[in-house]
Design a protein around this ligand. Structure first.
Ligand code: F6R
Length: 614
């Protein structure tokens, strides 16, 4: 939710910031803005729309070596020029960009209005910049102190960057619950919501922790203090593992298509160093070091949102079936607000691609407070969730930039399979022979994914051509394929804006069957290892009501082929591994339908990649 990027150093600030904003656009694309300081005054441009719209407005921006920019996902105030960031204080001396929400903005605004301030936007952010001016004026403070005073009056979440028109030598940043990275170059500094804007300039970064702020200047470097009591914090520099190719499109039209195609490699990366088939072991320190906790756990609760929640549902099936440990899956947003019963014998696992999802982070904090052991499955290294948890496993899918999650999902399924198999082996709920057979099969998945994409992409395009014009879609699956039905429906609705529902196939007759007529396409995941006979009966029920069947079947299937309007074959594999394959044609179907409908698949309307607000 909102991306921020800034620069101070010896280079031209504008190109670095504008390219940085393009890389951060996945975080929000309702509006964009930039401010630079040429040593005499601010040059500010902002606009409703995308970073490319901003770029078109920046031709006459003055040359400067310090500046900062913002790409917005609207919370308070509609997307518009005037609600775009940066926001200026009333005296036009302070500029501020913000990712997050100031929850008590209304009461602060009333006080400021009573003191003569006026407001040009509907945002919570403009309140904060004026509060900083208020403290600067009334207490005669420098920028850093005024920012600290103001933040101590606010409730909410933020990553902010602030500049003073009278001091072109520094930028002040702060964070609470929204990420902020500082890239450290050779007498130059970069700030950003993640490291992607500065990866080609430096491999060294500092990640601010919650409740910290930093003054960044050419003469003083990076000076970090606690917001609450101004206590000095020492600098911990980390080495970035990110590289440039990973965050570029590499010849594909869209990041989403690139990321779908990357899945054989990303799954391999998830398994690398962990799946050692020749030695008959799965190596995962996060599980091994705490296996007693897992074996003695009263239950595992998995919290997550969206696509990660679908992965969690599959995790529940896998861990319960293989390791016989009770698992519950909850939406993070429900869990955190429903006063759940959690104790020291519970393990709470968070699954999150970004590692920044506000609800999942809050659910974990609650679980930690109540004494549970908390475990993270994140894709983004050093993300807030990864840093909060007691232990965890990174998915190593590489940066996922398309807003619709694809390769992160299959990496999450791979990690969950590894965890379930490892727990089952050591707990003794799976024989050595069966374990060895399953890990040998898991090792073949990357090549099966590669073959699958090659074989199905053209047939899926044909199906997309036939159904791009419809308004509704139904997705059905059973067992491990039920969460895949949910995921297929989510992918379609978020990027094509077609209404789509996923259901467990047997639930059809309890309501959704009323929707079936000759205009309703129904995607049925009918693989051989997923309650095949039952799903065949469900297909017959749909056929009798003239519904159109698009079936995902196992290679060589005969029975469903005779009934379905279209079939897409996936390679044969173990039932535990089917979801990693069966989701792929559904990702491609959503992608090609969305393309035919003219959607912006990488940046679908109203969405953002990293949901750092509730
Ligand atoms: C859907 C999608 C979202 C995310 C959800 C959770 O394609 O990407 O539903 O899965 O916002 O995000 P993370 O996994 O970052 O916590």
């Amino acid at each position: 939710m909102c991306g921020i990027a800034g620069y101070i150093g010896h280079r031209q600030a504008y190109p670095i910031i504008i390219n940085g904003l393009k890389r951060l656009e996945y975080r929000g694309y309702d509006s964009a803005g930039i401010v630079v300081n040429d040593g005499r005054q601010f040059g500010l441009k902002k606009t409703k729309g995308k970073v490319s719209d901003l770029e078109a407005k920046c031709k006459d921006l003055p040359s400067a070596h310090v500046g900062m920019g913002h790409t917005r996902w609207a919370t308070h105030g509609v997307p518009s020029d005037r609600n775009s960031h940066p926001h200026l204080s009333n005296n036009e001396k302070i500029a501020l960009i913000h990712n997050g929400i100031i929850e008590n903005y209304d009461s602060i605004k009333k006080v400021l209005i009573s003191k003569g301030f006026d407001f040009k936007s509907d945002t919570d952010t403009e309140v904060l910049v004026n509060l900083i001016q208020f403290f600067q004026d009334s207490e005669n403070l420098n920028l850093t102190d005024a920012v600290r005073y103001a933040l101590n009056e606010t409730i909410g979440a933020y990553a902010i960057a602030v500049m003073d028109a009278d001091d072109p030598q520094e930028i002040v940043v702060a964070r609470l619950s929204s990420p902020l990275a500082i890239g450290i170059g050779d007498n130059e500094y970069f700030i950003a919501s993640d490291a992607s804007p500065f990866v080609e300039f430096t491999k060294e970064a500092v990640y601010l922790e919650d409740g910290e702020m930093a003054t960044i200047s050419l003469h003083g470097g990076v000076d970090i203090h606690k917001i609450k009591d101004n206590a000095k914090v020492s600098l911990v520099i980390q080495e970035l593992k990110l590289n440039l190719e990973e965050i570029e499109k590499g010849g594909y039209d869209h990041f989403m298509l690139k990321e779908i195609h990357e899945q054989s490699q990303s799954i391999l990366n998830t398994m690398r160093g962990r799946l050692l088939v020749d030695e008959g072991i799965i190596q995962m320190a996060g599980i091994w070091d705490f296996q007693e906790k897992f074996f003695n756990a009263k239950r595992i609760i998995i919290v997550s949102c969206g696509t990660s929640w679908h992965a969690a549902l599959i995790g529940e099936y896998l861990i319960e079936d293989l390791a016989r440990i009770p698992v519950e899956v909850e939406y993070s947003s429900e869990f955190r607000y429903r006063n759940p019963i959690i104790g020291e014998k519970d393990i709470v696992i968070a699954i999150s691609q970004s590692g920044e999802t506000a609800d999942t982070l809050a659910a974990l904090r609650l679980a930690k407070e109540k004494g549970a052991f908390i475990y993270g499955i994140c894709n983004v290294v050093d993300s807030s969730i990864a840093r909060l948890t007691d232990a965890g496993s990174y998915t190593h899918a590489g940066p996922e930039i398309g807003v619709a999650s694809t390769k992160a999902f299959t990496a999450q399924l791979t990690i969950l399979t590894l965890i379930a198999l490892k727990l089952a082996k050591h707990k003794g709920t799976l024989s050595k022979e069966r374990f060895n057979t399953l890990i040998a099969e898991l090792e073949t998945i990357p090549s099966k994914v590669e073959a699958l994409i090659k074989n199905v992409e053209e047939p899926v395009k044909k199906i997309a051509e036939n159904y791009a014009g419809v308004n509704n879609f139904l997705y059905l699956g059973r067992g491990l394929n039920y969460p895949i039905a949910l995921e297929g429906a989510l992918k379609l609705k978020e990027i094509s804006y077609i209404h789509a529902e996923g259901y467990p196939a047997a639930e059809m007759k309890h309501g959704p069957i009323a929707l079936i007529d000759e205009n309703m396409p129904v995607v049925v995941i009918a693989t051989k290892k997923g309650h095949y006979d039952k799903i065949v009966s469900n297909i017959q029920e749909i056929k009798s009501r003239k519904g159109k069947i698009i079936a995902i079947v196992t290679e060589g299937d005969v029975q469903v082929k005779e009934m379905a309007d279209y079939v897409i074959e996936i390679p044969e594999t173990s039932s535990y591994l089917v979801p990693i394959l069966s989701v792929i044609p559904l990702q491609l179907l959503a992608y090609y339908i969305a393309i035919l409908r003219g959607s912006n698949v990488d940046q679908p309307r109203n969405l953002a990649k990293s949901v750092t607000v509730e």
